[in-house]
Design a protein around this ligand. Structure first.
Ligand code: FES
Length: 151
């Protein structure tokens, strides 16, 4: 999707929350879940469509660390680093991914991001590729997953 298509998609999502209680947070979560990030245009569009001030919108976006404002690449790899995932090897997975990206083992159109708990703790450690979560990510499973990124 182009940047303009992402803006149109995020405006459509914002429209769905007009007049609903807690509209701003719910709409931002929906956009993050649908697109994998929050387009910067959402700050203006949420103000117009949902009638929030820019400070209110920035307040929500910066309070919740899971909101990813803007994007650096077309694809995302999210690594949960919270409690159970941390205990089960998430930091090692993160290190492997960062080394692979730097070394050319992962295509350059991927961005590796730190994530907080997506509530899949029973499957820790978890990693998402473009919002699709994969659980019990051993080093071997991670290497297989990385291979699929290159195919
Ligand atoms: S701590 Fe990683 S899924 Fe909950």
């Amino acid at each position: 999707m182009t940047e303009e298509e992402h803006r149109i998609a995020s405006k459509d999502i914002l429209q769905r929350y007009v007049g609903k209680q807690g509209a701003l947070l719910m709409a931002l979560l929906d956009i993050q879940y649908s697109l994998g990030y929050i387009p910067e245009s959402v700050v203006d569009d949420a103000g117009e469509i949902l009638n929030y001030s820019k400070p209110e919108i920035w307040g929500v976006l910066t309070f919740y660390s899971d909101f990813k404002l803007g994007k650096k690449a077309d694809n995302f790899i999210d690594v949960c680093l919270d409690g159970p995932c941390h205990l089960d090897g998430a930091e090692n997975n993160m290190k492997i991914l960062e080394e692979k990206l730097l070394g050319g083992g992962i295509p350059t159109d991927f961005e590796i991001r730190r994530s907080s708990c997506p509530r899949l703790c029973s499957q820790a450690p978890v990693i998402a590729v473009n919002s699709k979560w994969h659980g019990r990510m051993t080093q071997h499973k991670l290497e297989l997953l990385i291979e699929t990124l290159n195919s």
